[in-house]
Structure formats: C-alpha cells, structure tokens
Write a protein that binds this ligand. Structure first.
Ligand SMILES: C[S@@+](CC[C@H](N)C(=O)[O-])C[C@H]1O[C@@H](n2cnc3c(N)ncnc32)[C@H](O)[C@@H]1O
Length: 240
C-alpha cells in the first residue's frame, strides 16, 4: 500500500489495521521488550512505521528519547494526539528509507512492526537496510511480520481453497501483502546484519481475520512472527 492508501485508513485504523501492540492477546511484546537491557535515563527507541503510536504509548517509560517515523500525515497526527503526555518524542513524517540520515545510528531498540509487507523486494530491502542503519551495533531490533504459516492455518480452518501463495504474497482486501515463513524471517534478518535471538508467535484475535473463533483446529489463534534480533558488531550488512 502506498502513502495515500495508508492515509485514507487514518480514521478507521483500529478496525481496519492489525495494531499488534494494542491487540495481541498474550503480552508477548512485553516479554520481548523486557529481555533487552534498557535504561530510562539513556536509552533511545526508534519506531519505524509507528502507526497511531500504540507501541510508544505502552513502552515509552523504558526509554529516554523516542523517534517515530510514519509517512502518512493523518496517521502520524493521530499518533501525536495519542501520545501528548509522552515526553521527548521526535516525530518524522517521512518515508522510512529517507529517515536513516535524519536519525543516525542511535537506537538501543528499533521497532518495525507489520511494516515490511510490500510485495516489492526492493522496497522491503530498503526498509531492512534502514532498520540496520539506525540500530547501534550490538543493540536490538524488534520486528513483527505477517506469518505465512498462520495464513495457511486460517485458510484451512475457513475451508478456503488454498490459493497460490507464491513468494509469500497474499491478497488482503485491495492489497497484496508479503508474509514470511519463520525460516525466511531468520535468514532475511541475518542478511540484514542481525543475529536473531528470540522468535515467537504473537497472537491476535480471530476477528481481525473476519472470523469467529473456530471450535477446533484454530490453535491459539492467528499469529504474526515477532523476532528480537541483535545488530552485528561491525561490517556491512549484505542485501537481504
Ligand atoms: C500495519 S501498520 C502498523 C503500525 C504500527 N507499527 C503497529 O504495529 O500498529 C503499518 C504502518 O506503517 C506505515 N508505513 C508503511 N510503509 C511506510 C514507509 N515506507 N515509510 C513510513 N511509514 C510507512 C503505514 O502508514 C502504517 O501506519
């Protein structure tokens, strides 16, 4: 989806978009954030594609400074409103790949949640590259991406004829979204210059799939992959 399409979702963000920091059902993000050594006196958070600011609202107290990047002006306006009482946030209304220069290599934790979903390999690459550029060596990135395994489960449960999911590309309403298998996420992060430390399922409600909880076969529900990864200490990242 492009900037204009995202902008149109600003008013209905909560109903139309999976805002994982608000909707996850098992505090997985909290567990992953607590696994990183952070100081509210010094640590820097960079949120790439911050949406309406739900992660910042929930976790800002663990950081001293926050930089939030979002290219849809009406969405970032909502994030600012939701975070009026959060101190020291720098809001950047721009495309993520352009933000690396403005931000610098400052993040103790970079989060990028459900943003690296473009069907274009080149566009995804430029965001992976930015994640690496803004994260300090040996510091961490917290990445959430749609799960291809979950998509297959949801289709099985919904008795849908399996459509081709070549390259992990899935049609969602009007948009095609890249989904990742667990192994692909691990190898992509490695190529981007990160060592994956922890990876887990982060569950969200069935209603986000437009479905009721099934009586059987649905496990704990649909999920995204969440990964905590450590930035390598030196050298250039290879192209993901
Ligand atoms: C699915 S939402 C996720 C928002 C937030 N990270 C969350 O988890 O709730 C994706 C967000 O990323 C923004 N976005 C997508 N591509 C972007 C890009 N290239 N540069 C800046 N923002 C982008 C969209 O406008 C949207 O707000």
């Amino acid at each position: 989806m492009n900037r204009a399409q995202w902008n149109q979702l600003a008013d209905t963000f909560e109903t139309e978009v999976c805002d994982i920091a608000r909707e996850e059902t098992r505090d997985q993000l909290g567990r992953f954030v607590r696994a990183v050594a952070l100081s509210p006196k010094t640590s820097v958070l960079v949120d790439l594609g911050c949406g309406v600011g739900s992660f910042i609202r929930k976790f800002h107290h663990r950081f001293h400074d926050v930089t939030a990047v979002e290219f849809a002006p009406r969405i970032i306006a909502r994030a600012k409103k939701n975070c009026t009482d959060v101190p020291r946030v720098r809001w950047l209304t721009m495309d993520i790949p352009r933000s690396a220069k403005a931000i610098g290599t400052v993040a103790d934790l970079t989060v990028c949640m459900n943003v690296i979903t473009s069907p274009s390999h080149a566009k995804r690459n430029s965001i992976w590259k930015t994640v690496a550029q803004v994260t300090k060596p040996r510091s961490h990135a917290l990445i959430v991406v749609p799960s291809l395994e979950s998509e297959r489960m949801v289709r099985r449960v919904g008795r849908e004829t399996p459509a081709a999911l070549a390259g992990g590309l899935v049609q969602r309403d009007d948009a095609v979204q890249k989904h990742f298998e667990r192994g692909e996420l691990v190898s992509t992060l490695s190529r981007a210059g990160f060592a994956p430390m922890r990876i887990a399922r982060i569950y969200y409600p069935w209603s986000k799939e437009g479905m009721r909880k099934p009586r059987s076969g649905g496990g704990k529900g649909p999920w995204d992959w969440v990964c905590l990864a450590r930035r390598n200490s030196g050298g250039r990242a290879r192209k993901p």
